[in-house]
Design a protein around this ligand. Structure first.
Ligand code: PEP
Ligand code: MG
Length: 898
């Protein structure tokens, strides 16, 4: 019931069923629906909500045998958020609610523990003021520090009863300064304010930002959980902690986590005190430790997934406060999947479904070069894997402004808090001197796949003076630093970051995925290095080689320019002759790397003026040459005239792709000749012929492809003589008209590859170069679109065009091969869509290849062939209806050759 109760509420209820009432503190949940109603009514609670809260509270009081606010033996509660999907650290929590000036005395008497009672009260006043009324965290920290120094103690736990009383008074003053009111003594009033604060925290900036980054809908709202408090701060046989059923960083099968003796949960997460490893719980509270280990195994079996739990030990008795499926970095996700299958906990299909394909990116991120020699400045906790290098910044704000200037930065803080999250998005990595694996910094960084070293305690980080020092070295903002979150290392040396190799567990998972998936996975690669990387990552060929990239490198750019400047066909042909062997060399490299696999070469696509220098610059040079009466004047004027003659108002919709080849076929002719000669040469050398696929871009009329196919076949006849090179000719489908007349185009094509970048641009009328930095952000804020359509396929619009073209193309030519090579080929959500649409393969950048392999398998598991057939049937019926509506008539002259 997580939609209604939120993850925490649903899991606490479920956990009570699984573990028994004695293990989980009793409570009740205010539903997400109530929060939605509150938001809709512009922050006003739905009618009757507090009456229901009062009823639920009285049931809880009955069960607990205590009453909220009872001056002799008060019930205390925690008030905590809990959304449908967990948003760690993004929303508010109030603990120890129900305390006031009387009940603190009652609690002291009842528990015979005055220190505990006052510690709980000061915590409550502190947290309530901060969360519900915005008393600043800094002023609170300052007050605690001052109290400790005047008492002459180092740790919070050494503060005496009198110190705690004084601190409570200080917090009350801070509250009064902030609100002009006295701290509320009436427990129902406290509860109302806390519930409201949790609702409001759903609408807070950091929660909104987190949802935007994690694509969580704003409309969901949060539930509020009111639960009887159990106390980890009751003395040395009490404590609080977090525990994972397996190592949350590596995925290794031993439970892991942190705890603190004589502490409440927020002490562990805040990173203010450095917690102990969960294994040490065995020494201090052996019974609680044994019970916890048992429970972790039970919960994992029940949820069939790795668990992330919170617990409290009160006077030796273990209570479980929450459990959820653990968010984990890619390496832990992969390790868990493999182990879970080996342990018979999950089937392969189930195990693959537990992996977030998008996050696998982190496994493919750089690490320190294992052979590099570097001096370790400090060691800390390996909190989130991956390595990063950048300039030191000490605040989220500095991180944001540096990243806007394009500088790489590492966010360095003693510990982080919710307000620092904007800095996480801007930084390449995070480094803290305090806190463990469950600290805020670690949790948030892991969730984002951002490298993080936490608790590097040798570092003295002084944010106020903007310095960090260790081992006699003092550093300031702007100094370079490198961190390795996989090993927990900090260094000042310029360590080489190396691209990772696919690890053994990942290989196993990928092997399973390859068995399960139906979609092929190829790579977009233009260079030998790309092709090599792609093959290493498991690409089954190249789905797109953008040949224009080969013309941008130095020696070619010059020749390319000469070719464009040519005024006659003869002149153009002679420069093309010079380019041919260079192109041939490029293709040979690709074919060598991709031996035995298909390689799709796309002929020249962009408008020609992209190869010419900037018009303004040349105009200025012309001016200067005129004044100086330079010899270059004539040449410069010629260039300028050519630039002007090639200039177009909308070049992306202008003379590019196949249109260019209709005007100057000799360019494509050269390219085809180079491709075929390269294929022949590689076949002769290695005996292993590549499958060559020549692809024509930007086709919209079938006649365009017919002419180009004839050109390719003519050159093939001249160049090939039964030497085993298999040649296919196909086209990009990247314009709406091409989708509508895909049956006609299919007549001349062996394959289609959907160019969903241009198809999105032209179907939506959105400039692919501008809108993401332009109005699209506002569109996302206004929820007109969820994610950028250039990142994930617009299923109802562009996706429909893909399905239509796939259907009509295949109807005319059942053996037609269908692929996609736009950016969407590496987006897991889009990959699922392409699977359902019945495509044969996706092609994406080399680093996305493993991700696409996993996503394709997940698609096959979630949407078996049955669903595929149904989707295809629906497409066929829609297509038939469309055709009936149009009749058989030729649409006329605009329909091309008909
Ligand atoms: C596309 O348009 O989707 C495509 C793959 O080609 P390019 O990005 O080179 O235009
Ligand atoms: Mg394109």
């Amino acid at each position: 019931m997580r939609e209604l109760l939120g993850g925490k509420g649903a899991n606490v209820a479920e956990m009570t069923r699984v573990l028994g009432e004695e293990r989980v503190p009793a409570g009740f949940t205010i539903t997400t629906e109530a929060c939605v109603a509150y938001m809709r009514a512009e922050r006003s609670e739905p009618d009757g909500m507090y009456e229901e809260v009062a009823e639920a509270l009285s049931r809880l009081e009955h069960k607990a045998g205590k009453k909220l606010g009872d001056p002799d033996d008060p019930l205390l509660v925690s008030v905590r958020s809990g959304a449908r999907e967990s948003m760690p650290g993004m929303m508010d929590t109030v603990l120890n609610l129900g305390m006031n000036d009387q009940s603190v005395e009652g609690l002291a008497k009842q528990t015979d523990n005055e220190r505990f009672a006052w510690d709980s009260y000061r915590r409550f006043v502190q947290m309530f003021g901060n969360v519900c009324r915005g008393v600043s965290g800094e002023s609170i920290e300052r007050a605690i520090k001052e109290q400790k120094s005047s008492a002459g103690v180092e740790d919070d736990t050494d503060l005496s009863v009198d110190d705690l009383k004084a601190l409570t008074d200080t917090f009350k003053e801070l509250y009064r300064d902030k609100t002009d009111k006295d701290f509320p003594q009436e427990p129902m009033e406290q509860l109302r304010q806390a519930i409201r604060a949790v609702f409001d925290s759903w609408l807070g900036e950091r929660a909104i930002e987190y949802r935007r980054q994690n694509r969580i809908p704003d409309e969901w709202g949060t539930a509020v959980n009111v639960q009887q408090m159990v106390f980890g701060n009751k003395g040395d046989d009490s404590g609080s902690g977090v525990a994972f059923s397996r190592n949350e960083v590596t995925g290794e099968p031993e439970p892991s986590g942190d705890f603190l003796v004589n502490a409440q949960g927020e002490d562990v997460v805040s990173g203010v005190r450095t917690p102990k490893d969960i294994a040490e719980l065995k020494d201090v509270m052996p019974e609680a430790h044994a019970a916890l280990m048992d429970i972790l195994a039970k919960l994992e079996g029940h949820y069939e997934d790795m668990q992330d739990t919170e617990f409290t030990v009160e006077s030796g008795q273990l209570f479980m406060l929450q459990t959820r499926n653990a968010k984990r970095p890619a390496q832990a996700a992969v390790r868990f999947a493999v182990d879970a299958v080996e342990e018979d906990l999950l089937s392969r299909e189930q195990a693959i479904a537990t992996i977030d394909a998008d996050r696998l990116d982190a496994l493919l991120h750089p690490t320190f070069d294992p052979d590099a020699d570097y001096a370790v400045l400090a060691r800390g906790v390996a909190a989130s894997p991956g390595a990063a290098r950048g300039e030191i910044v000490f605040s989220a704000q500095d991180a944001v402004s540096a990243s806007e200037e394009g500088r790489d930065v590492i966010l360095v803080r003693p510990f982080t808090e919710a307000d620092d999250v904007a800095g996480f998005y801007a930084a390449k990595g995070v480094l803290t001197s305090e806190g463990g694996k469950a600290s805020h910094a670690a949790l948030v960084a892991r969730g984002m796949g951002l490298p993080c070293v936490s608790g590097a305690s040798e570092l003295v980080i002084d944010v106020a003076s903007g310095t960090v020092s260790a081992d006699g070295t003092s550093l300031a903002a702007g100094d370079l630093i490198a961190i390795d979150g996989t090993a927990g290392i900090v260094t000042l040396d310029e360590v080489e970051l190396v691209d990772p190799e696919v690890n053994e567990h990942f290989e196993t998972v990928l092997g399973w995925c390859d068995e399960l998936r139906r979609l092929g996975v190829r790579a977009n690669a233009d260079t030998t290095e790309d092709a090599r990387k792609a093959r290493e990552f498991g690409a089954e060929g190249i789905g797109l080689c953008r040949t224009e990239h080969m013309f941008s490198v130095d020696d070619r750019a010059q020749k390319m320019r000469a070719m464009i400047m040519a005024e006659s066909e003869d002149e153009r042909r002679s420069t093309l002759d010079e380019l041919l062997p260079l192109q041939q060399g490029d293709f040979e490299g690709l074919f060598e790397e991709m031996r035995g696999l298909p390689v799709t070469i796309r002929l020249l696509d962009p408008p020609l003026h992209e190869f010419l220098p900037d018009g303004e610059e040349v105009a200025q040079k012309v001016e200067r040459a005129r004044i100086e009466q330079s010899d270059d004047l004539e040449e410069l004027e010629r260039t300028l005239a050519r630039i002007h003659s090639l200039a177009e108002t909308n070049p992306m919709l202008g003379t590019r792709g196949v249109r260019l080849a209709i005007l100057a076929p000799e360019v494509y002719e050269m390219q085809v000749r180079a491709v075929l000669r390269a294929a022949k040469a590689v076949t002769e050398r290695s005996g292993d012929a590549p499958t060559v696929e020549i692809m024509i871009p930007l086709v919209t009329y079938e006649k365009e492809l017919e002419l180009m196919r004839a050109l390719v076949e003519r050159v093939a006849e001249e160049e090939l003589d039964g030497d085993g090179v298999e040649l296919r000719v196909g086209t990009m489908i990247e314009l709406p008209r091409a989708c509508f007349v895909a049956d006609r185009i299919a007549e001349h094509a062996d394959f289609f590859s959907f160019g969903t970048n241009d198809l999105t641009q032209t179907a939506l009328g959105f400039s692919r170069d501008d809108v993401e930095a332009g109005f699209l952000n506002r569109y996302m804020e206004e929820k007109i679109v969820g994610r950028s359509p250039f990142e994930t396929i617009d299923k109802p619009g562009v996706g429909w065009l893909v399905r239509l073209a796939a259907w009509v193309g295949r109807e005319r030519k059942p053996e037609l091969k269908l692929g996609i090579c736009g950016e969407h080929g590496g987006d897991p959500d889009s990959v699922v869509f392409f699977h359902i649409a019945g495509l044969d393969y996706v092609s994406c950048s080399p680093f996305r290849v493993p991700i696409a392999r996993v996503a394709a398998a997940q698609a096959a598991v979630a949407h078996g062939p049955g669903e595929l057939a149904a989707a295809a049937q629906a497409a066929i019926e829609a297509g038939q209806a469309a055709q009936e509506a149009l009749g058989d008539e030729d649409p006329g002259a605009n329909g091309g050759s008909g």
